[in-house]
Design a protein around this ligand. Structure first.
Ligand code: NDP
Ligand code: MG
Length: 388
C-alpha cells in the first residue's frame, strides 16, 4: 500500500485527488488530510479514507474538528505547526494543494522526509524555487508538477534531452475578461472575475486567470522547474484550453500536449508516475471541436505577464515579494477595496519600492517568510493610500 497525504484536501485540487484515490481504496494508506475552513468536508473525507490525522490550518476550529471526528480513531490537530508536523509524517506521495505561500513550509517538510511531492502549489516554486529544488536534491526526493501546463511540458519531455529544447510555450485561456473592452475592466465585479470559461477551479486561481497573475506565476514556475531562461518561455492565448503546453525542439518540432480541461489528468499522471494508468477523464473528439485557435497575449490587458518577466530578471526573493503582493492585492479585490486593474498596479508599486537588501538576501525559509511579510505590509500600505 502506498502511503499518501493530501495538503489542501478540501480544495478543488484536493477533492479531485481524493476522487482518484477513493476509486482504488485498497491501494492507498492515507496518512494526513488537511484543510482550513471546511471542517465538515475534512472530517468526512478523513473518516471515509481512514486517515491517521486530519489537520485544519485554522486553530480556532480545532474543537469543531474534534467533534466531527468523535468516535473515530483519527488524530485531530490545528494550526501551522500541526500542518508541518503532519508533513513530517512518513508518506510515499504527498499532494501539495494548499493555496498560496502557506503551502511552502509543509512542502519542504514532505521533501525532507523523502516523499514524492506532487506540486499543485505553484506559489512554493515562485517564492522559493531554489530552496525547494535544493531540498529535494539533498533528500533524494522527487518533485512532480501538477499544474496542467507543467505536467504537459513534463510529459512532452519524456525521453528528450534538455539540451535540444529551444523553447517552452504555456497556453492560457485568457480567463473571464479575454474579450472585454479594456476600459470596462475597472468595473469588473467579483462575480464576473470568479467565473472561468473552461476550468472549474478554486476562486482565487480563477480570478488570477482573469488577471493572468496565474500565468505570471506559471512563467516563473516554468523557469524554476525546467531550468530554462526567461526568453525561452512563451505564453500563448488559446481560448479552447485543449493544448496545455508545447515544447519546441532544435529541429523545429513542437510537441504539444492535448487533453480535456480536467485536473484529474495531471493529478493522476503525478499519482501513477512513471506509469500511465487509466483515468476517468473525457476523451476529446477533435472532429467535433473542429478548430483550435491561438493569439498572442496583450500585455496592456495583462500587465502581470510583464511583471513576471521583471521578477525572473531580478531573481532572488523577488518571487516571494511578487507572490505576497499579489495575494494581498487579490484579498483586497475580493473584499471590494480595489478594482480589478488596481491589483497589478499595487504589485508593480510594491516590486518597484522593495529594497535590494530584501531581494538579495540568501534564500532561507526565514528570509522568504520575512520578504513575504514585508511585501504584505507594503501592499496593505499602498492599498490604504489608494482607498484614502
Ligand atoms: P482552493 O481554494 O479550492 O483550495 C485551497 C485549499 O487550501 C483548501 O483545502 C483550503 O482549505 C486550504 N487553505 C486555504 N488557506 C489555507 C492556509 N492559510 N493554510 C493552509 N491551508 C489553507 O484552491 P485550489 O485547489 O484551486 O488550488 C490549490 C493550489 O493548486 C493553488 O496553489 C493553485 O494555484 C494550484 N492549482 C490549482 C488548479 C485548479 O484547477 N484548481 C490548477 C493548477 C494549480 P478550506 O477550503 O478548508 O478553507
Ligand atoms: Mg495552470
Amino acid at each position: 500500500m502506498r502511503r499518501v497525504s493530501i495538503f489542501g484536501a478540501t480544495g478543488s485540487i484536493g477533492q479531485n485527488t481524493i476522487d482518484l484515490i477513493a476509486r482504488d481504496p485498497e491501494a492507498y494508506d492515507v496518512v494526513a488530510l488537511t484543510g482550513a475552513s471546511n471542517i465538515e468536508q475534512l472530517a468526512s473525507d478523513a473518516i471515509r479514507l481512514r486517515a491517521d490525522v486530519a489537520v485544519t490550518a485554522d486553530e480556532t476550529r480545532l474543537e469543531d474538528l474534534r467533534a466531527a471526528l468523535r468516535g473515530h480513531d483519527i488524530k485531530a490537530a490545528a494550526g501551522q505547526a500541526a500542518l508541518v508536523e503532519a508533513a513530517c509524517r512518513p508518506s510515499d506521495w504527498v499532494m501539495s494543494a494548499i493555496v498560496g505561500a502557506a503551502g511552502l513550509a509543509p512542502g519542504l517538510c514532505a521533501l525532507k522526509q523523502g516523499a514524492t511531492l506532487a506540486l499543485a502549489n505553484k506559489e512554493s516554486l515562485v517564492c522559493a524555487g531554489q530552496l525547494i529544488l535544493s531540498t529535494a536534491k539533498a533528500h533524494d526526493a522527487r518533485l512532480l508538477p501538477v499544474d496542467s501546463e507543467h505536467s504537459a511540458v513534463f510529459q512532452a519531455l519524456v525521453g528528450e534531452d534538455m539540451a535540444a529544447v529551444e523553447r517552452i510555450i504555456i497556453t492560457a485561456s485568457g480567463g473571464a475578461f479575454r474579450d472585454w473592452p479594456l476600459e470596462k475592466l475597472a468595473r469588473a465585479t467579483l462575480a464576473e472575475a470568479s467565473s472561468h470559461p473552461n476550468w472549474d477551479m478554486g476562486q482565487r486561481i480563477t480570478i488570477d486567470s482573469a488577471s493572468m497573475f496565474n500565468k505570471a506565476l506559471e512563467l516563473i514556475e516554468t523557469r524554476e522547474y525546467f531550468g530554462v531562461t526567461p526568453d525561452q518561455i512563451e505564453v500563448l492565448v488559446h481560448p479552447e484550453s485543449m493544448i496545455h503546453a508545447m515544447v519546441g525542439f532544435n529541429d523545429g518540432a513542437l510537441m504539444a500536449h492535448v487533453g480535456p480541461p480536467d485536473m484529474r489528468h495531471a493529478i493522476g499522471y503525478a499519482l501513477h508516475w512513471p506509469d500511465r494508468r487509466g483515468l476517468p477523464v473525457d476523451r476529446l473528439d477533435l472532429a467535433q471541436i473542429g478548430a483550435l485557435t491561438f493569439r498572442a497575449p496583450d500585455e496592456r490587458r495583462w500587465p502581470a505577464l510583464r511583471l513576471a518577466r521583471e521578477v525572473m530578471e531580478r531573481g532572488g526573493l523577488s518571487g516571494a515579494v511578487f507572490n505576497a503582493a499579489k495575494e494581498t492585492a487579490l484579498d483586497a479585490f475580493i473584499a471590494g477595496e480595489i478594482g480589478f486593474p488596481t491589483m497589478a498596479e499595487v504589485v508593480e508599486e510594491v516590486l518597484n519600492d522593495t529594497a535590494s537588501s530584501h531581494i538579495d538576501a540568501p534564500m532561507t525559509l526565514d528570509n522568504v517568510h520575512a520578504a513575504d511579510q514585508m511585501a504584505r505590509q507594503a501592499s496593505r500600505d499602498v492599498i490604504e493610500q489608494r482607498a484614502g
